[in-house]
Design a protein around this ligand. Structure first.
Ligand code: SF4
Length: 73
């Protein structure tokens, strides 16, 4: 399972929402947030990766869930 995160770097350009509107939507402030944090299917992961690649400010990250957790020193 993977987890979608949208950081505060989001500028609300809408690219992720237009690529993957089942995974991202705008909040009241006009910034994107993930509709589904946990994604499992190949299709969802591919869409999330496309959206992350299209984000002009690299605000989207897709992290492995339930595997190794890196701890900040
Ligand atoms: S593509 Fe990036 S900057 Fe644009 S709305 Fe989505 S997260 Fe925000």
């Amino acid at each position: 399972m993977k987890k979608i995160c949208v950081s505060e770097a989001c500028i609300g350009c809408g690219a992720c929402v237009s690529i993957a509107n089942e995974l991202f939507d705008f909040d009241e402030s006009g910034y994107s947030h993930p509709l589904k944090e946990n994604i499992e299917t190949k299709e969802e992961i591919e869409l999330a990766n496309q959206a992350a690649g299209a984000c002009p400010v690299e605000a989207i990250s897709i992290e492995e869930e339930g595997e190794k957790e890196e701890k900040a020193a």
